[in-house]
Structure formats: structure tokens, C-alpha cells
Design a protein around this ligand. Structure first.
Ligand SMILES: [Zn+2]
Length: 180
């Protein structure tokens, strides 16, 4: 088995990500200060507001809400490097990770069967709370074929394609939850 993404690499990712956010938050000198984007200003600059709000803007936090050390790496179980790369990028995206770590989604989820938000919530919590240096991303591998029908375990796939399908599946889960 080959280790995909070491703790050191993951830590660099988290650090770069946090630095990027801090530098754009003028006037925030403390890393514990929660930086919120001024979304109402963004919308006022010509972007039409969404027809349906899936998550309130004021609850989106662009920097880590919890002190976060690097999580577990991901084992490559056979041509799954594309999947691991995408999962690591999403895991170390603070606004998404903050939400998934809160488990707010699964507490309210009514979805029967496959739900990509529940899948990502399980994966991110496992990676970031794991005491071991690497895990197999079973939560995602179990539903691999549901994320995109053309995906087959063991085959080389395209990381960008997998990212698009994953984000689409997450959005479908959110839209279906909001229409219930
Ligand atoms: Zn769900």
C-alpha cells in the first residue's frame, strides 16, 4: 500500500490555507479571531442573490473554528490517488470542514440511503480525529459508484471529473434536503 499525503504535507496545506485567509482579513491580528466574509457586500457588487439559501451566510467561517492539527493521510488502495487528492483538498477547505466537523448536516438529514453530505461528514471527521497516521477512505469508497456512474474501482480516473461529481452530489443532497 502506498501512503497518499503525509501528515507533513497535510499540515502545509492547512497552514497555507489559514495564512491565505488571514492575509485577506485586514485588521484581524489574532488567529482565534473568526473572519467572516462580508457576503452582503459581495452580492451588492452585482451578483444576484440565490433563489434559495441553503446555508445562512453569517454561519460561514473562512478560517478554522477549532485548533486543527493535520489529520490522517489516505492509503492508495489501487489507482485511488485521484480520489485521495480530491478528498484531501476538500478536507482542508476550512469553511466546508468547519461545517462538516460540526455534524450539523447529519443531525438534521432526512435522506434515505445515499447522501454525499453525510458521506463527506463521516470522512472529514474520521480523517481529522484519527489517532493513526493513515486510513483507508472507506466512507467514500463504499459509495464510489453513486458519486458518478462511470467510476469503477481499480480504474484510473480523472481528479477534476471526480471533484465535479463529488461537489455536484453534495449540492444535490443539500437541494433535496431544502425541498423537503
Ligand atoms: Zn445527509
Amino acid at each position: 500500500m502506498q501512503l497518499q499525503g503525509s501528515r507533513e504535507a497535510a499540515h502545509s496545506w492547512a497552514t497555507i490555507s489559514a495564512m491565505g485567509d488571514c492575509s485577506s482579513a485586514a485588521g484581524t491580528s489574532s488567529t482565534s479571531t473568526l473572519f467572516k466574509w462580508n457576503f452582503s457586500a459581495v452580492i451588492a457588487e452585482g451578483i444576484a442573490p440565490p433563489k434559495r439559501i441553503l446555508f445562512p451566510l453569517e454561519k460561514i467561517y473562512m478560517v478554522w473554528q477549532q485548533q486543527q492539527s493535520a489529520g490522517a493521510g489516505l492509503f492508495n488502495v489501487g489507482n485511488t490517488c485521484f480520489l485521495n487528492a480530491v478528498l484531501q483538498c476538500l478536507t482542508y477547505t476550512p469553511p466546508l470542514a468547519n461545517y462538516l466537523l460540526s455534524r450539523e448536516h447529519s443531525k438534521a438529514c432526512q435522506q434515505q440511503g445515499f447522501c454525499m453530505m453525510c458521506t463527506m461528514e463521516a470522512h472529514v471527521n474520521k480523517v481529522l480525529h484519527s489517532p493513526v497516521s493513515a486510513i483507508v477512505p472507506w466512507a467514500v469508497l463504499k459509495v464510489f459508484g453513486r458519486i458518478g456512474e462511470h467510476f469503477q474501482l481499480g480504474m484510473q480516473e480523472d481528479a477534476h471529473d471526480f471533484l465535479c461529481c463529488t461537489v455536484n452530489a453534495m449540492q444535490r443532497a443539500c437541494l433535496s434536503a431544502s425541498s423537503e
